[in-house]
Design a protein around this ligand. Structure first.
Ligand SMILES: Cc1cc2nc3c(=O)[nH]c(=O)nc-3n(C[C@H](O)[C@H](O)[C@H](O)COP(=O)(O)OP(=O)(O)OC[C@H]3O[C@@H](n4cnc5c(N)ncnc54)[C@H](O)[C@@H]3O)c2cc1C
Length: 270
């Protein structure tokens, strides 16, 4: 319940945050919505010397249609995605997935940048961005780079981000009316997914089926080769290595992946 003492800075610009990260990156932690960082600090699983609060940086909070993509500022809150008319029209999957995260209080604080950077394989939005084939834009004093989400995750709670880098933007292709669905199986209303399946335009992202969010590649290949939904969904757990914990065994999760994939593909097909 009680975090270790820390210094606190609240820069009012991205440049201000980057300067602090450049100086103290190894000892510092970015605080966005705080709904993953503060819980781990309260359990003393993280004890940064400096907390850099980016939660009020207005330039990080936007949703913009940009060519054939939608650009989303890292500080955009789950509730902003849920309530956005642009998201509903251009990438409806993302708004629907955001609506399943935690409860309204969590969604009014948590951010898409924080959710992606935290790299918890049980999180919903990373698998949705993976199914969409999105990109994570990182900025540091050395410049900006765009990392395809397929290359962003390296393991549980780990990404390719350097200590002086900040997630500044997430870019996803506009899918418009392409079929989509999100199936999230939980024990209770505001829980993390035991397994989740995001489908859009024939691509399938899996929540909590391995160390990172995963694509159900065998299912996607089968669909592309003309297989039926039943045949393709039966392959959803191929190549995955789900966790075993209080919520379920590996075999139970593999079963859920197949069932939820079938449901999601059926819904997406309309
Ligand atoms: C009760 C509860 C229920 C929840 N249920 C769900 C759920 O069902 N599904 C789900 O997906 N999530 C769930 N969450 C997590 C929630 O979505 C978090 O808000 C989210 O995972 C992290 O976003 P944040 O903005 O709060 O990040 P923070 O907690 O502020 O930060 C998380 C991590 O990301 C880093 N970080 C944050 N922003 C950036 C950035 N721009 N650049 C670089 N690093 C950054 C931080 O340094 C930290 O390491 C739940 C949380 C709570 C408390």
């Amino acid at each position: 319940m009680i975090p270790v003492g820390f210094d606190y800075e609240r820069p009012d610009s991205v440049d201000g945050a980057l300067a602090l990260l450049a100086e103290r990156g190894e000892d510092a932690k970015i605080l966005a919505g705080g709904h993953s960082l503060l819980p781990v600090m309260k359990l003393r699983l993280a004890a940064p010397e400096l907390v850099i609060d980016i939660g009020r940086i207005a330039e990080l909070r936007y949703i913009r249609v940009d060519g054939d993509e939608v650009a989303i500022g890292a500080g955009t809150r789950h509730h902003d995605l849920e309530a956005s008319a642009e998201i509903a029209a251009e990438v409806p999957l993302l708004g629907a997935v955001a609506r399943t995260v935690g409860d309204p209080q969590v969604r009014h604080r948590g951010t898409i940048g924080g959710s992606l950077a935290h790299a918890d394989p049980a999180s919903d939005l990373p698998a949705a961005v993976l199914a969409l084939g999105g990109t994570v834009v990182l900025r540091s004093p050395r410049g900006e780079r765009s990392v395809p989400i397929t290359d962003f995750y390296t393991g549980v709670f780990s990404t390719v981000m350097e200590p002086d880098e900040l997630v500044v933007e997430i870019r996803v292709p506009r899918t418009g009316t392409a079929g989509w669905a999100y199936e999230k199986f939980t024990r209770r209303a505001n829980d993390w997914a035991i397994v989740g399946v995001a489908v859009v335009d024939g691509r399938v992202g899996l929540v909590n089926m391995g160390q990172t969010p995963l694509r159900a590649s065998a299912t996607e290949a089968a669909l592309a080769g003309g297989a039926s939904i039943d045949e393709a969904a039966a392959l959803a757990a191929e190549g995955t290595d789900p966790p075993a914990d209080l919520a379920g065994t590996k075999a139970y999760r593999a079963h859920l992946a197949r069932v939820l994939t079938k449901r999601a593909l059926t819904t997406a097909q309309g």
